[in-house]
Design a protein around this ligand. Structure first.
Ligand SMILES: [Fe+2]
Ligand SMILES: [Fe+2]
Length: 159
């Protein structure tokens, strides 16, 4: 049986995990909103294909948000109701660039989250996060391709 102190420490770790998962959830809300808005304001033949792609991204981000909210609830937390801020622009390239930067940031965070979840013995959560990462990498790839640039490196946090 864990000692009282271990238990306290573990509780604090779970609270910390809930806090960062809520930041992930806020980023998923941001992504849903950005993809809905951007897919509708991208104009011109050049962007038609990626605009359609962004609508698919929006639906996938919604699935991610549902998974995260579920996991936060399971850990005993309250899912946040507040998205991170969505930047707007008149320029198509700029909007796609915002999305790309957010996806890169999201992947970086989820990679850290997998390690944190495993360190606490939450292996099912780690598996869910890995599946989400695969889709985020596809999003990142779609955006980089539309912008005609290389897929950015995802450097570890603090690097
Ligand atoms: Fe997502
Ligand atoms: Fe994404």
């Amino acid at each position: 049986m864990p000692k009282q102190n271990d238990k306290k420490q573990n509780n604090q770790s779970v609270q910390d995990l809930i806090k960062v998962l809520n930041e992930d959830l806020a980023r998923e809300y941001q992504a849903i909103i950005a993809y809905i808005v951007y897919s509708n304001v991208l104009r011109g033949a050049k962007w038609m294909q990626i605009a359609a792609e962004l609508k698919l991204h929006a639906a996938e981000e919604l699935q991610h948000a549902l998974i995260l909210a579920d996991q936060i609830d399971y850990l005993g937390g309250m899912p946040t109701a507040t998205p991170k801020e969505v930047k707007l622009s008149e320029k198509a390239e700029e909007m796609l660039r915002f999305d790309l930067d957010n996806e890169t940031e999201t992947i970086r965070n989820y990679r850290t989250r997998v390690k944190q979840a495993e360190a606490l013995g939450h292996y099912a959560l780690a598996e869910q996060l890995r599946k989400i990462i695969v889709q985020e990498q596809e999003h990142q790839h779609d955006l980089a391709t539309a912008l005609g640039i290389d897929v950015p490196n995802v450097l570890p946090q603090g690097a």
